[in-house]
Ligand binder design. Structure first.
Ligand code: PLP
Length: 396
């Protein structure tokens, strides 16, 4: 018999994963070219050449024990040093190699960060719409999320005022995902500074640190001329969770890191705890091969023009069909408003047209839907007629 704490996850499942599986089934029935699967953020873009070159080098030039043996729990020193150097070069001099812990993607980074920060009954504040797994992850540690309602009028920027209302002494962390999944928004410096100010006041009032967990798998995926604020710049008590899943198209390889800046409160204790957290949670270390790949490919970037074109064309197709869309500034998602209050109706009507989109309720934002545009450009262009028919149903 499975545990009672696991039951809700099994019964509830993940709407996104369910759609992904349904897409695969539909592709078998109708042919892959006749199904427009905008459900999962699985990059359709090939990893850059530097990744293939790194794999060749690792295969042919390195000692087998280095490639296949256990590294230290935090990861290879050379990889962590490469990450610290890269961060310092780009964002100011805040990182030591010791503050970097290599992980199996951002998901695992957030889990070890939560393991270090949360006691049972604690809370993590999140801004709706938010990535669905944050709640599951907080619950791994008998904690929960407290949700700041969506700031629709403010273009889905994180609302400092909304945050102030949900803070209490049980809130030990706040997660910010920028560029954002699911809205595609890049947050303004002004909003983030206001959030930081609210948190600094709350830290004083409650007499304990409140850390920002900066979830950054989309940091490099930007399509407009707007800065992606590096959160440790505006708030000292920030722990970065990074991933190469999207930026180098390596989601199956599972590689990312947690990074604590020297200036964060409790730096030394935190950095040591993060290493132990990976071990006690059973991962032990990130994949050695993956570490060696990203170390050699640290300056490599995805071909942004691929996503930029998809973003533009999908926006034109969906807004052209009559839907109210948020222009994607970064990440690879188009967020648009459902013309009917219950967006599940729209999701079903879209499915009838073989379009798979994710209900906003999955991100605590009913009335909206998300379409992931990391798929092939051909699929996007081919979906135009199906979207036009869907639009006709609602807008005539
Ligand atoms: N955070 C956000 C906002 C995501 O969209 C994802 C993946 O889609 C993750 C974290 C997890 O990424 P990873 O594959 O690095 O674990």
């Amino acid at each position: 018999m499975i545990s009672s704490s696991m039951k809700p996850f099994v019964e509830g499942g993940s709407a996104i994963r369910a759609l992904f599986e349904e897409g695969k089934k539909m592709a078998k029935v109708y042919g892959a070219e006749n199904v427009y699967d905008f459900s999962v953020g699985n990059p359709g873009l090939k990893p850059p050449q530097e990744v293939y070159d790194a794999i060749d080098y690792i295969n042919h030039e390195l000692e087998p024990l280095l490639v296949y043996g256990y590294p230290s729990n935090a990861g290879y020193e050379s990889t962590r040093q490469a990450v610290a150097d890269d961060l310092n070069e780009r964002f100011g001099d805040n990182f030591d190699m010791e503050g970097i812990v290599m992980t199996a993607g951002a998901g695992y980074a957030i889990n070890i960060i939560m393991k270090c920060l949360l006691d049972p009954g604690d809370k993590v504040a999140v801004f709706a719409p938010y990535f669905v797994e944050y709640r599951s992850w907080a619950r791994n540690f008998h904690a929960d999320v407290v949700v700041v309602p969506p700031n629709v009028e403010g273009g889905f920027e994180p609302s400092a005022e909304g945050l102030r209302k949900v803070l209490d002494p049980s809130v030990k962390a706040v997660i910010i995902c920028n560029p954002n999944n699911p809205t595609g928004a890049i947050y303004s410096r002004e909003s983030l500074e206001a959030v930081a100010e609210v948190l600094r006041e709350a830290e004083k009032e409650f007499n304990h640190p409140i850390y920002i967990i900066s979830d950054e798998p989309y940091r490099e995926l930007v399509y407009v001329d707007k800065e992606v604020v590096f959160l440790p710049d505006v708030y000292d008590d920030t722990i970065v969770a990074y991933s190469w899943s999207k930026s180098l198209s390596l989601p199956g390889v599972r590689i990312g890191y947690a990074a604590v800046p020297r200036k964060a409160e409790g730096y030394e204790e935190l950095r040591d705890a993060l290493v132990v957290a990976g071990r006690v949670l059973g991962a032990n270390n990130a994949s050695t091969i993956a570490e060696l790949i990203v170390e050699r490919a640290i300056k490599a970037r995805a071909d942004i023009s691929y996503y930029e074109r998809n973003a533009k064309e999908l926006y034109e197709i969906v807004s052209g069909a009559g839907f109210e869309c948020i222009i994607p500034q970064g990440a690879f998602y188009l967020w648009f408003k459902s013309p009917v209050e219950n967006e599940y109706e729209l999701v079903q009507a879209a499915k009838d047209e073989r379009i798979l989109i994710v209900p906003g309720s999955s991100f605590a934002s009913p009335g909206w839907v998300r379409a992931s545009f990391c798929i092939s450009n051909e699929t996007i262009r081919n979906s135009a007629e199906a979207f036009a028919r869907l639009g006709k149903k609602y807008f005539g």
